[in-house]
Write a protein that binds this ligand. Structure first.
Ligand code: ZN
Length: 176
């Protein structure tokens, strides 16, 4: 198990556009180990998604998994592209492993169609809904140097974790 240090807001690497991965590197042991370390790091911090810039590698790699009824399967996105946004919007509370203790409401399309290479280097093309779609957008934003606070339309919902639990919480906080 390999845990990687997490870059926090203010670290310039979070504001860079990440480089695409050379597809012939995906199958190498070093790259596979990096993906495994990213999953270990995400789980260790109770996250449901982690993008490579958050562990100080400016590359287009994302790992995601959320167990439970409203969750989604283990997913690796390499060089992802959103090729369609659904017409409906959804408003969800978001947090981020790179922004300690803050939550905020973000409105995003509730469905996306995404194309990405998977962990085996095979192109996948699928649609995601709800929390899965929101998490994909949050993580791809990391590859573009964007954070959820940039996507908030109403900054008055920016909330520290304890205040979130006191005043706002209707369901467990989601840390992406
Ligand atoms: Zn994040």
């Amino acid at each position: 198990m390999g845990l990687l240090p997490i870059a926090k807001v203010g670290n310039p690497i979070l504001r860079k556009i990440a480089e695409p991965v050379e597809v012939n590197r995906i199958q190498t042991p070093a790259f596979q180990e990096f993906i495994s370390d990213m999953f270990d790091t995400m789980v260790e911090h109770n996250g449901i998604g982690l993008a490579a810039p958050q562990v100080s590698r400016s590359e287009q790699v994302v790992v995601m998994e959320c167990q439970g009824d409203n969750g989604f399967p283990r997913t690796v996105l390499i060089n992802p592209k959103i090729i369609f946004y659904g017409p409906q919007q959804t408003e969800m509370w978001e947090g981020c492993l790179s922004i300690d203790g803050l939550q905020g409401q973000v409105t995003r399309p509730s469905m996306v169609r995404v194309q990405a290479f998977d962990q085996e280097g095979i192109v996948q093309d699928w649609e995601a809904q709800g929390l899965y779609a929101v998490c994909i957008q949050h993580e791809i934003d990391h590859l573009l140097g964007k954070l959820f606070i940039d996507r908030m339309t109403d900054m008055s919902t920016l909330t520290q974790l304890q205040e979130f639990e006191t005043y706002w919480q209707t369901e467990p906080a989601t840390i992406i």
